[in-house]
Design a protein around this ligand. Structure first.
Ligand SMILES: [Ca+2]
Ligand SMILES: [Ca+2]
Length: 319
């Protein structure tokens, strides 16, 4: 698959409220949403696989069919598949909006009732110590898995209370390992245990003041880059900086973000040259990603069942 740059289409550069440019791209991979709540481009890929499977089955089992029966079977298959998947659209496109203002980000996603916020304040902490949490701590309760480079850690201060003020008290977050150079965190989304897409994701960076690096990048279900802040500049000691992206189709937010990657500072916030912590990871309502294999299996079996009834099955062919 082509890399993120190769997938960029309709590149748009927007200027954030604080004058910092975002690199924002529309994504062929995200695509417009269809009746199943997923991108049509994804459904077209599934459709292609199903059609190939059906044709393989027909070739294997019904090679002896007369031409008229073949045409009938093929026509029925195409009509059935078209009804199932809907008519693909080639005009609608997902674009990405960038936000530097948290309230505007929340409003765009439908208000506070539509936005889930992970503030890490449910973790029992004390003093300057850091506490490890599981990546799936919030998976079933909130629909997000947060995976640090080598573990996930929460603290009230990370030993520098004035540098790392919490956006929501008392805790902030940093990826592990402790005392190491890990600085990357990946967030993925779920409905129950099913992988999901969200229409927006944002996070606060705290204390970018010595060159970071610090950035937020969001990707679609095919891991193609939808948008990135690029490397954020210095904002000063203890500054809380929000960055968020919302994916939009035909003027409305649409679930198209499969993962968000956050880079926070040059390593462990206690020891790094530029320690940066994170707080209040926020995201919109998730939509499950149907498993292609399950969809294809159900559709393939249904189609095969219909074909056997319509075309008479193997025993009928043998006669
Ligand atoms: Ca917090
Ligand atoms: Ca810093």
């Amino acid at each position: 698959m082509a890399g993120p740059q190769g997938d960029q289409r309709g590149k748009v550069t927007r200027t954030a409220g604080d004058g910092q440019p975002f690199t924002v791209v529309t994504s062929n991979g995200a695509g417009p949403r269809g009746p199943l709540g997923i991108a049509l481009s994804r459904r077209r890929r599934v459709l292609s696989r199903v059609v190939m499977k059906v044709l393989t089955i027909m070739t294997r089992h019904a090679i002896a069919l007369p031409a008229s029966r073949w045409r009938t079977c093929l026509r029925g298959s195409v009509v059935g598949l078209a009804i199932w998947f809907g008519k693909p659209s080639s005009t609608a496109q997902v674009t990405v909006e960038s936000y530097t203002d948290y309230a505007s980000f929340v409003t765009r996603l439908g208000g506070g009732g539509s936005v889930t916020v992970i503030g890490f304040d449910d973790v029992s902490t004390s003093g300057d110590a850091s506490f490890s949490i599981a990546a799936d701590r919030y998976k079933l309760s909130d629909g997000i898995v947060i995976t640090g480079e080598d573990g996930q850690f929460v603290s009230q201060t990370f030993e520098y209370a004035s540098d790392y003020p919490a956006v929501s008290s008392p805790n902030t977050y940093a990826p592990g390992p402790e005392n190491g150079s890990g600085n990357t965190t990946e967030a993925t989304f779920f409905v129950g245990t099913t992988p999901a897409l969200v229409p927006g994701f944002g996070v606060f960076f705290v204390d970018i003041d010595f060159g970071g690096p610090a950035s937020l990048t969001v990707r679609d279900a095919e891991s193609a880059q939808l948008a990135t802040t690029g490397s954020l500049p210095n904002f000063g000691n203890g500054t809380q900086v929000f960055r968020g992206f919302v994916t939009v189709e035909a003027g409305d937010p649409v679930a198209a973000i499969s993962s968000a990657q956050m880079i926070s500072g040059s390593g462990w916030p206690v020891t790094a040259f530029d320690g940066v912590v994170l707080d209040d990871m926020a995201f919109g309502t998730a939509v499950p990603i149907p498993e292609p294999s399950v969809s294809a299996l159900v559709l393939g079996l249904a189609t095969l069942f219909g074909l056997r009834r319509r075309c008479g099955g193997r025993r009928a062919i043998a006669r």
